[in-house]
Design a protein around this ligand. Structure first.
Ligand code: KMH
Ligand code: ZN
Length: 272
């Protein structure tokens, strides 16, 4: 089995300091949280950015400053900026970090409910995002919140409308109204991806560590972080993203799976 790639989704676009005071907004806070995750064993940081007051933004220059600072503090780390942004943003706004030519970026594979809002990803949007990633040589992380999103990702790649194999999927399970975070659902999704693909699971909220344990056992990879969960266990706020990553490292140790360094993750993800 390959080593385990841990991704830390350190801030997201929706969570707030009111929910957990350690949620980062400023540059200094972003670097602090990225470094805590990296030091604990994360090879990948999934990046959203905020203005200092916490407002989510897809501003290209904000991404540039934050990603440069994280890279300086966490040598070699793989950065996956979000093109999902926050609900309600236009496709043009969301695409801005792709202008920085990151090695990877997220590509959200369909429309779904998101809290009380709708996360809009219609087919013209997906084709535009796929085209941009082809042009800028960016490897997508295909974000699938729903079983049907996987079909869409495979169709885009088959038609040459988005980068193809080897593909990297992130199965985000447990968003309300989307595919529930269960082991049978995860097994089904994994059974449908092309040979040679890689995959990660993100279990939302209380599902974080059950999904992590399943992925560790199945040979997949794991994402945790404040974007996805704010607590270590019921009622116990995580003090940092590093604490969440450390819990995954602990599970991996118990199950006998080694942790990938950024360099090893780059090879596993076919980035070099
Ligand atoms: N903030 C969510 C609406 C991504 O990063 O690509 C979308 C999201 C997905 O976080
Ligand atoms: Zn995200």
């Amino acid at each position: 089995m390959e080593k385990l790639i841990i991704t830390a989704a350190i801030c997201g676009a929706e969570v707030t300091k009111e929910q957990n005071p350690a949620v980062p907004y400023t540059l200094e806070e972003m670097v602090r949280e990225a470094k805590s995750a990296y030091d604990a064993g994360a090879a990948v940081i999934h990046v959203h950015v905020r203005w200092d007051d916490g407002t989510p933004t897809q501003d290209r220059e904000r991404f540039r400053v934050v990603m440069d600072a994280i890279q300086a503090a966490c040598p070699g780390v793989i950065l996956i900026p979000s093109t999902g942004g926050a609900v309600g943003m236009t496709a043009e706004e969301r695409l801005q970090p792709t202008e920085l030519m990151p090695e990877m970026a997220t590509l959200d594979c369909g429309t779904c409910n998101f809290g009380d809002d709708v996360f809009q990803n219609d087919m013209p949007t997906l084709r535009a995002f796929g085209k941009r990633m082809l042009e800028n040589h960016i490897k997508p992380e295909y974000e699938c919140f729903e079983i049907g999103h996987l079909d869409t990702a495979l169709t885009l790649a088959r038609k040459g409308q988005a980068p193809g194999e080897p593909m990297q999927f992130n199965f985000v399970l447990g968003v309300g109204g989307c595919t529930p975070a269960t082991v049978p659902n995860l097994c089904y999704l994994v059974s449908q991806i092309p040979a040679g693909s890689t995959w990660t699971v993100t279990g939302i909220g209380r599902h974080a560590f059950t999904m992590a344990a399943a992925a560790i056992a199945m040979g997949g990879n794991v994402r945790v972080g404040f974007e996805d969960e704010l607590t270590l266990s019921r009622g116990v706020l995580a003090k940092s993203n590093g604490e969440l990553v450390a819990r995954v490292v602990e599970l991996a140790k118990l199950l006998g799976r080694e942790i990938a360094t950024p360099d090893e993750a780059r090879r596993i993800l076919s980035l070099k």
